[in-house]
Design a protein around this ligand. Sequence first.
Ligand code: HPA
Length: 247
Amino acid sequence: MLAIIGGSGLTRLASLEVSHRRLAGTPYGEPSAALTFGRIGDRPVVFLARHGDAHSIPPHQVNYRANLWALAECAPAGIVSVAAVGGIRSDLRPGDLVIPHQIIDYTWGRHSTYHEGPDSPVRHVDFSHPYDQSLRRKLRDAGTAVGLVVSDSAVYAATQGPRLETAAEINRIERDGADVVGMTGMPEAALARELGVPYAAINVVANYAAGRGGSHAGISLDAIHQVLEGAMAQVRALIEAMLNSDD
Ligand code: HPA
């Protein structure tokens, strides 16, 4: 089974033949939405809408621990996380798909580990390479197979949100070495690592990051929604191709 976390613009998967939905309780509270089980082609899939079915949970209030815990309990072969980003690197344009290979975390105040509190001994995990290489490769190869242009290396900066960044913050984040910026990639990736579930991301460039390219004078939220609507068809095609190639 493959688990998919859908972000802004992907609260449902059109090609998913739904068999049932299940509200999952976890020791960390409830996930953002019911888990949706079904098939894409003949492959079993479990889908979770990160921001809730009504897109009402902002990035800093997503219960990442409950989300990842609930998905891990389904024992998936991997988790593919779909998330919108702003493009910082100059070759990235709205509508592009990116499979990031690294992360810089600027978030704060989020529950970012399962190993805290009086009953849980401290545990450190290796996070040198935050995404699962094999899952990334499968996504890249599936993209190539269906003729999608997918950028297969990028450093993802996770910011706190929910506001977008200032132009000066983007300058700093770029100096730090980031190529794209989003609000939900952390602690999601780290929690998946703690749970030992292979995790990779598909980032959809929704806009030029603040102060860049067409966002020089500001970022249009309407334009973001339009780009995401258009690009999600590509995301679905990529996921379907990956599932079909997975023999
Ligand atoms: N910054 C942070 N998160 C985002 C952006 C952005 O510009 N676009 C979509 N998600």
